[in-house]
Design a protein around this ligand. Structure first.
Ligand code: ZN
Length: 335
């Protein structure tokens, strides 16, 4: 049963020294001021009938999945806007207020939202925090071609982008449903029915992805992306992540040697396309694509797309990305 809710079992090694330092200062100030730090395991009382549950979701992707399960029964606030980049995001004061007022906060966790711990400490309140990736088998990204040179710098850092395997999102849905039902018993039946319908759509999506990727010959199932987002996709659907433009993450510029190693990998594996994302500046990827003579294809990875993009919901985003990946890789290199 999912009751623990701060993900203490989680390893957050995502370069959090800076965050830890800032958090410590906030904690010290809070203690000096005589306020107790918010109890992480605090569980709000179930809602009274007629009062909507106040729910906060971190990213647009988490928000969409919460909406599918919650329907119109909750008051939902999504912190990050469309196109916002979660790894380096900083919440505004009004978002802090929404978190303070919330009954429950849904995050992906697994180190994606690096602002989360600090935000929860300074926002206070008694919101239950559910890290949806908790309980999933987390994977480390495949080693970069040149990574041995950097010792074990990134060892133990998991790829947080669990939603690229549809099976993981089914796990999200189940956790969202049980959490909402527990906090809002009068609407438990609606949450269960919504979750059941949505899980059917997700199962159909998963089957569709397997059928679509069949069009890509196995020797061309090599992914080069802006940052390491496809560890779960690669494992589930039979691809290999052979290189990233930003091996450490979107907030850290790659070295000339890392770029050189990426270009070598693109040539070695004869990769026909580099995949960029709406949330990360594509300038470096464009340079790499130009230097190696390969195509550049934009995907939606850490945020849903804007209206009219064809990636406005999680399921549409997955279909959009899979079509673009299949299109980008099936033909092989143009040269
Ligand atoms: Zn990301």
């Amino acid at each position: 049963m999912n009751t623990g809710e701060r993900g203490d079992g989680f390893v957050h090694k995502y370069r959090q020294n800076r965050l830890l330092f800032a958090s410590s200062i906030i904690l010290v100030i809070a203690l000096l001021a005589g306020c107790a730090a918010p109890a992480p395991e605090a569980t709000p009382a179930p809602r009274a009938a007629g009062e909507a549950l106040r729910v906060v979701a971190t990213t647009t992707i988490v928000g969409d999945v919460v909406r599918q399960v919650a329907g119109d029964n909750v008051e939902l606030t999504v912190l990050l806007g469309i196109g916002a980049e979660p790894h380096t995001y900083e919440p505004t004061p009004s978002e802090m207020t929404a978190v303070y007022d919330a009954d429950v906060l849904f995050a992906n966790g697994a180190g994606l939202e690096q602002f989360l711990d600090r935000m929860l400490e300074s926002a206070g309140g008694s919101a239950l925090t559910i890290e949806l990736a908790e309980g999933l088998r987390l994977l480390e990204p495949a080693e970069e071609p040149d990574e041995h040179a950097d010792e074990d710098e990134h060892e133990g850092e998991f790829d947080p982008h669990v939603w690229f395997s549809v099976a993981n999102v089914i796990h999200w849905v189940e956790r969202i449903q049980t959490t909402l039902a527990r906090l809002d018993p009068p609407n438990a039946g609606a949450y269960e029915a919504n979750a059941r319908t949505y899980i059917q759509q997700l199962e159909e999506l998963d089957r569709w992805i397997f059928e679509e990727v069949d069009a890509v010959p196995s020797e061309r199932r090599k992914l080069v992306t802006n940052h390491a987002v496809f560890t779960y996709f690669a494992e589930q659907y039979g691809f290999e992540q052979v290189g990233t433009v930003y091996p450490v993450g979107p907030g850290t510029s790659p070295s000339a040697r890392e770029i050189g190693a990426l270009q070598d990998a693109i040539r070695e594996f004869d990769v026909p396309a580099v995949f960029t994302e709406s949330t990360v500046n594509p300038r470096l990827a464009q340079q790499v694509a130009e230097d190696t003579g390969i195509r550049i294809v934009q995907l939606y990875t850490d945020s849903l797309g804007p209206a009219g993009s064809g990636a406005e919901t999680y399921t549409d985003m997955m279909r959009y990305n899979v079509r673009a990946i299949v299109e980008g890789l099936r033909e092989g290199n143009a040269e």
